[in-house]
Design a protein around this ligand. Structure first.
Ligand code: F6R
Length: 237
């Protein structure tokens, strides 16, 4: 894993936006795997401000809550439209977000097939403070593809501010097996509350207790963090 430590959240977001921009320049018709969450908001904002041309690309989001309508403000569909799609000068050709409504099994199968047909060139990831990636929570099966995951209490607590009164208990998410098929992975983490998860991912053993640790086995991962998120790394001391 290639590690880039920036002084501030803003600088880390700029470095992440630059890698996405470089990917578009090298391959305009790239397939991107995208994440939601507060970490990504400044990255999407920079891509919007810089008028990056996504018009030949296709995007695939990691996850969506179960039982949430795409039009609900709490949904990841809504997040993506609000922070990215509707604001871009040159939006992607297609944007896919897994479906949280309707037949769960059919939705899982449909998304899995879509990902198998369209290999992801660059997968963007955030990380939970319990080291989840996508919604693959501690204890997850590393061999699993798209599936329905029961959300941990710590994840629900962390996302409470965005959920209002809604308390979804499950999400549809890309599995670790889907994430590991991406040709390259960019993981971004900012803030001290991510420091433990970053240390576990980077310096801990590969274990499903810290799902992000599996990324040590991927051949092309770039990790961008700020000083605060680096504060528990031995090698950064
Ligand atoms: C979101 C996702 C999650 C987030 C993670 C960090 O699509 O898959 O794994 O990346 O929960 O979220 P923030 O950035 O809000 O701390």
């Amino acid at each position: 894993m290639k590690l880039i430590i920036k002084q501030t959240n803003q600088e880390a977001s700029e470095a992440a936006a630059q890698i996405i921009t470089d990917q578009i320049q090298q391959k305009p018709n790239s397939n991107f795997g995208l994440a939601t969450g507060s970490t990504m908001i400044p990255v999407y904002q920079l891509l919007v401000e810089n008028h990056v041309d996504f018009s030949q690309s296709v995007t695939f989001n990691l996850d969506e809550y179960i039982g949430v309508e795409p039009t609900d403000e709490e949904s990841f569909h809504y997040y993506m439209r609000h922070h990215f799609l509707d604001k871009l000068t040159h939006p992607p050709r297609q944007m896919h977000v897994p479906r949280g409504m309707g037949d769960e099994e059919a939705n899982v199968l449909q998304y899995l097939q879509l990902l198998l047909i369209h290999p992801v060139d660059l997968q963007l990831l955030g990380i939970g403070s319990n080291a989840h990636i996508g919604f693959n929570e501690p204890g997850c099966d590393f061999n699993q593809g798209v599936h329905i995951e029961r959300l941990s209490q710590s994840t629900l607590d962390a996302n409470k501010k965005d959920l209002g009164k809604m308390v979804p208990s499950k999400a549809i998410t890309m599995g670790i097996a889907d994430i590991m098929r991406a040709k390259s992975i960019l993981i971004l983490a900012t803030g001290e509350h991510k420091a433990q998860a970053i240390a576990a991912m980077f310096e801990g053993p590969v274990t499903n207790k810290a799902p992000a640790s599996i990324l040590q086995r991927h051949p092309n991962v770039t990790v961008i963090i700020d000083q605060a998120a680096a504060s528990k790394l031995q090698r950064a001391q």
